[in-house]
Structure formats: C-alpha cells, structure tokens
Design a binder for this molecule. Structure first.
Ligand SMILES: N[C@@H](CCC(=O)N[C@@H](CS)C(=O)NCC(=O)O)C(=O)O
Length: 275
C-alpha cells in the first residue's frame, strides 16, 4: 500500500508542512511530488482515502488536532477498494477508513489494531479520544446539536452534493432529469444550512466542531465554483470564508484543487470552475 507520513508539528526536515501529503496515483497523474515523508513504517494513525470529499473530512480533522498521521491511497478509480488488503478490512468497500495502531481489539486468537469505517464514526471517535470539537457528556444539549448536524451532513448533505458532482461533472453525457433533481437538492441543502447560520453564528453549532469539519468536506468545493449559485446564500458564504481562514484549510485547499484536476472534473454545462 502506498502511504505518506504527514508529520504536522513533529520536528523534521520535511518542507511540505503547508500541504497535506497524499500519495501519487500509480500512473503519476496527480502532479504531487514524492517527499521524505514517504514511508514503509507503520504510523499510529493510517487514513485510507483518496482525492474525495469524504477523505478530506478525515485529513481536515487530523490537521485540526495537529497530530501526525499517514495517508494511504486507495485508488477507487481503478477499483482498489474491491481488492486485496483494503477489501479484506473494509466491510463496506468504501473510503475513508481509519486504522488506530495505538489501540488493539481482541479478534479471537489475536489482537488487531482498531479499524473504523464511515467518516462520521471516524470523526466521533477522534473527537471523543482527544476531547475536542465535541461538547462533553456533561453538556448534553450542546453535544446533541453537534451530533445532529453531523448526522445531517452524513445522511442529507453528503448524498445530495455527491449526486450533484455525479450529474454535473462526472456523467459521460448530460442527463437533464438528473441535473434538474441534483440542482433542486443542492438548493434544499444550502437553504437548510443558510437558515441555520441566519442568527449570525460563526460556526454550525456554538463552537467550532466536527459538524463544521464534516460539512467542510464539500465546503472546500464551494470556493472553486463547483456548485452553481451557491453564493447567493449569504450566511453560507460567511461560513465558508470563516472556515477558509483556518490554517488547516489552507493546507487542504491545494489538495482539493489538485483533486479536480486529477479526476479531470469539469462542469458538463460548460460553467467555469475557479482553479
Ligand atoms: N457514508 C460514507 C460514504 C463513503 C463514500 O461514499 N465513499 C466514496 C468516496 S467519497 C467511495 O468510497 N466510493 C467508492 C464506491 O462507491 O465504490 C462515509 O461517510 O464514510
């Protein structure tokens, strides 16, 4: 498996501290360069992901936690998620997946590292473990709000925006019905988020939380004009600007831009992307 270390604040001579490092695709079409973080060694945390919004949520979380992690590439374009090592450990054959090598679980004969799939479960796990970006049990109302918006992201926002990207950027040819439905669903989602932020709040809940992290998996596409008409939602624009000013996001954005290039995504309706 092709993996790269992201050291964060660990002192090292790696000069890629301003960019999240993800391994090249095998056919080398990412434009990213190999660095001295390339490693065969086992890190405490391994994130199995690709150049996708679901993976961004987990990279973003690690950057916010400021702890070292390794990114391992599962090329879903070439079907690597159905093969070998990844297929064996992933019940749902989807990325992202996190391996926590600092914890083991009893698997009968042997202890195995803890493996977690589903981006929401990964964010909750890390938030609980480091007691960050999720209010504690002693604040049930605040905690419930974060869990609620996290669930909304996973069950409503993620599928709607994924469909939008499929119909507007990945379909072999334009499909009018699909585009119309995806556009309607996009605006439903943006209205919900805009209304939530309408009281002038800076973040989706009282403080910066895993709900913001989850929603910004796709949020990182907004500034690139992937979602046509998104910027008529003023509160969403304000939130995107606030999120974009976080240092972790400035590390993430080059990878997002690279993603659109790597995956050769362009809008089927000939609207310009901002790259
Ligand atoms: N609910 C899952 C969704 C994961 C997901 O859809 N992953 C996509 C990439 S963003 C994937 O692995 N797709 C491969 C496939 O569907 O075959 C999560 O939030 O982790």
């Amino acid at each position: 498996m092709n993996c790269i270390n992201n050291y964060n604040n660990n002192n090292n001579n790696n000069n890629n501290n301003n960019k999240i490092m993800i391994p090249d695709l095998k056919n080398n079409d990412t434009g990213s360069s190999a660095d001295d973080g390339r490693s065969e060694g086992v890190a405490d945390y391994q994130v199995y992901g690709f150049y996708t919004s679901c993976s961004f949520k987990v990279y973003f979380m690690f950057e916010e936690l400021n702890i070292p992690y390794q990114t391992c590439l599962v090329n879903i374009r070439s079907g690597e998620h159905f093969k070998g090592e990844f297929a064996e450990m992933s019940p749902n054959n989807k990325i992202p997946m996190l391996i926590d090598n600092t914890y083991s679980v009893d698997s009968g004969d042997d202890d195995e590292p803890l493996k977690i799939f589903e981006s929401g479960a990964i964010l909750l796990y890390l938030a609980e473990k480091y007691q960050k970006f999720l209010p504690p049990l002693s604040k049930p109302k605040e905690r419930c709000q974060v869990q609620q918006w996290l669930s909304w992201q996973i069950s409503e926002m993620q599928p709607a925006l994924t469909s939008y990207v499929y119909y507007f950027m990945m379909a072999p040819e334009p499909v009018a019905f699909g585009m119309e439905k995806a556009d309607q669903d996009l605006h439903k989602i943006l209205k919900v988020l805009d209304k939530r932020l309408d009281d002038g709040r800076k973040y989706i809940c009282n403080e910066f939380s895993i709900a913001d992290i989850a929603c910004f998996g796709f949020g990182s596409y907004f500034n690139l004009n992937v979602f046509k008409g998104w910027n008529k939602y003023e509160n969403v624009v304000r939130w995107v600007n606030t999120m974009s000013s976080r240092p972790s996001i400035s590390k993430l954005l080059p990878i997002v831009e690279q993603t659109l290039r790597v995956r050769k995504l362009k809008r089927l309706d000939n609207q310009e992307l901002v790259l």
